[in-house]
Design a protein around this ligand. Sequence first.
Ligand SMILES: [Zn+2]
Length: 427
Amino acid sequence: MNKPKVSGFFKKHLETMPPEKRLEYLDRKLRGIVLYAYHRSAAFRSKMDAAELIPKQIRTIKDLEKIPITKKSDLVRLQRENPPLGGFEGVPVQELRRIYVSPGPIHEPGEKDYEELAWAQAMIAGGFRPGDIAINTFSYHMVPFALHMVDNTLHKIGCITIPTGVGNTEQQVHILRHLKVHAFCGTPSFLLAIAEKAEEMGLNLKKDLSLRVGFVAAEMLPESLRSKLEGKFGMTVRQSYGTADIGCLGYECIEKNGMHLPDDKIVEIVNPETGKQLRTGQVGEIVATTFNKVYPLIRFGTGDLSFLTDAPCPCGRTSPRLVRILGRVDQMTKVRSLFIHPGQVQEIVSRYTVIGRYQVVVTRKEDKDAMTFRIELNQEVFQREALRGEIERSIRDVMNLRGEVDFVTKGTIPEGAKIIEDRRSWE
Ligand SMILES: [Zn+2]
């Protein structure tokens, strides 16, 4: 495999700050953006007024708990009432360069000078270097990611961009080959489609192509897919996480042990019911605050579940890391007063290679919550009762709850079924 660059930072003084310095730094940036948004963003002002808050009551990250969370559905509603940006903008709309349109529909502003640091931190951490020729295969139409975030960032870090957008796989292979492209930006599934097409065209991916690094986002990246892609191309693939509204909220470094928080956002993990911050290691909703003066979203709820670690990372970056994305908040549910989420189910299932499709069903039996793991086996198992016992022990280990295993015949669980299905009714 081509050796990736393992050292190097985009903003070393920020990325290697001692944790207490980082807190001071973020608190100071927070006070600045709260004061700014209070005076410039009508939507933020009315949110503060409704909560009877003034900027000087928000001094630290802990104080953010006082501000109600803005959900995606709030954005859609307020933007419909007051287009294009619902009053969340921090500059007059006339000063924007572009307005993007994402599914929802939801609008995002494109400022004249793109200043976000985070995606640049992400690409450098993943091994992109100035002078790399990069193919940007994210979709350039309507949505902000390819044009606004990725294209601007490649320019910022000194890469040369080929703006291919998505699709035209065969042509993309020709471009990769003839322009000796080093770097890929796109979804993991599209990189796999390119690999398969190139193989079909009779190319040797390692010899005929020059791909060295990949920046992937917008989809889950299972480790099995990552190693398949890295092995086929002889490249390094690193993932980042973010949303169209607020930008990058986490990126993997070369160590691939979770996603470092960038330095131009505040990321909280909160209890989705109360909005209160959780401790490191506890699973909750990712809520983010940006310092972007054009679109100062403060306490934006992503609807995604994760948890943080602050264990030191050998890369030298000191920011905490999102360990992985565990699913959506609306898939999280409470069973006997404990939250359960799809990430736990996947952890249990990953211990048993004989498990095919699976689904957890939550019901009420005699006024008590009951949890059943419906499992299809992908091969004949002769000691089913022993396996049942083992899986039920794993459920207790991971979830701190008792669950029953129900082996069902193949084909019972539909493709794309919800991982956790809540069938309780509360009449
Ligand atoms: Zn690291």
